[in-house]
Design a protein around this ligand. Structure first.
Ligand SMILES: *Cc1c(COP(=O)(O)O)cnc(C)c1O
Length: 403
């Protein structure tokens, strides 16, 4: 089910705690968790109208649930879109989008720096069904333009990217897409609507991994597509009803609660990430820091324009004279952590660190890895909500003892 923007004129912080489906007859102040797979119909006629799509009303758990609708309505309100459709994970949201909008012979242009599973899903899995695609450099608008063909239906970008925090120009890509009669989808997982609103910059679809900052406390898997009501009702809903990539009501309830504190968390975690990035940049054992909020970031000016803060993810490279030493040094930093977690996730209140070259980018050849800029000495930090000094102390333990 879609969720229309509930209350016009209210600001993001208010919508984050207020936008949801109507209260039940009990007048609960907090949104209820409806665990039911079926719905009793008021009459056979009403049931027929609901199944025909002529009347609003729930019919079966695969086609809608009030708790899930609340989450969809709240996220749509935050993203500024008319509607939203929740899915079981971030990847199922991308799957649903591609399945709903593409057919054999269509072409997609996407950034070569996108989330690894996104690249595999579109570049390999959908290729088996005759969908063509071209991967282009994230920040090179001319390359995006040159890749567009008469059969291009979709441009798909993600900004900032994982793990190098490359920022692409959403407004420029929206113009390119629309001039070509295509749609622009933006994966807004890293910035979230608290820091960046792609719809205001011309994007048509916003994809989310709710697993990350929307839940925000590392508890559940979730995903969502935000778009116009027409697109959600006419394109996504029919496919969703027949494919079942639905979000469980419990997970929707957790995300719904997470959205209430999204703005506070994103601002606090961005401030902590910024402070950590500045500290790392001056550390003698660190060769380079990647963070959109640093003046040294290649797209610093664009990120200032497009985002209201730098986000909570940064990456840094330890100094070394060759890849083997770099890997050993990065492993040393990770293995000497006592407080922070070595954990392949992000968007948690706990600070999580990963070694991209041996995890998310571990299956690439050394040449591909180098082309992607994923050095052996690279460490990604998804900054949480610990005290800044404790985060620095834990990293300093390894960084100060590199040999
Ligand atoms: C995690 C992630 C996804 C996939 O989301 P899941 O919930 O893990 O399926 C997609 N895009 C980005 C940018 C991500 O970080």
């Amino acid at each position: 089910m879609s969720g229309k923007q509930a209350k016009d004129g209210l600001r993001l912080q208010t919508l984050a705690v207020r936008a949801a489906v109507a209260r039940s007859q009990y007048g609960e102040n907090s949104e209820a968790l409806y665990l039911t797979s079926g719905y009793v119909q008021p009459s056979a006629e009403a049931s027929a109208r609901r199944f025909a799509g002529e009347e609003e009303g729930y019919t079966y758990g695969r086609s809608g649930n009030p708790t899930v609708s609340s989450m969809e309505q709240r996220l749509a309100a935050l993203e500024g879109t008319e509607a939203c459709m929740a899915t079981s994970s971030g990847m199922s949201a991308i799957m649903l989008m591609c399945f709903s909008l593409l057919k054999a012979g269509d072409h997609v242009v996407f950034s070569q720096s996108m989330f690894g599973s996104t690249i595999k899903l579109i570049g390999s899995e959908f290729a088996r069904f005759g969908v063509e695609s071209t991967a282009v450099p994230q920040t090179d608008v001319a390359a995006w333009k040159a890749a567009i063909r008469p059969n291009t239906r979709l441009l798909f970008a993600e900004t900032p990217t994982n793990p190098l925090t490359e920022v692409c120009d959403i407004a420029a890509l929206a113009d390119l897409a629309h001039n070509a009669g295509a749609l622009l989808a933006v994966d807004n997982c890293f910035a979230t609507p608290a820091l960046q609103r792609p719809i205001d910059l011309g994007a048509d679809i916003i994809t989310h991994s709710g697993t990350k900052y929307l839940d925000g406390q590392g508890r559940v898997m979730a995903g969502a597509l935000c778009a116009s009501e027409k697109m959600v009702l006419e394109k996504f809903l029919p496919v969703q009803k027949n494919s079942g990539m639905i979000l469980s009501p419990f997970n929707a309830w957790v995300v719904l609660k997470g959205l209430e504190t999204l703005d506070l968390r994103m601002r606090a975690q961005s401030a902590l990430a910024h402070e950590l990035a500045v500290w790392l940049e001056q550390h003698p054992a660190v060769a380079r820091v990647y963070y959109p909020g640093l003046a040294s970031h290649p797209q610093y000016a664009l990120s200032k324009k497009q985002m209201s803060a730098g986000g909570a993810v940064l990456s840094f490279e330890v100094k070394a004279s060759n890849p083997e030493q770099a890997r050993a040094r990065a492993f040393h930093v990770l293995d000497t952590l006592q407080t922070l977690s070595l954990c392949t996730n992000l968007g948690d209140t706990k600070t999580l660190l990963t070694h991209p070259a041996s995890t998310s980018h571990g299956k690439l050849s050394e040449a591909q890895r180098q082309a992607a800029g994923i050095a052996q000495g690279l460490i990604r930090v998804a900054v949480g909500l610990e005290h800044p000094q404790d985060v620095q102390d834990d990293l300093a333990r390894g960084l100060n003892t590199l040999t």
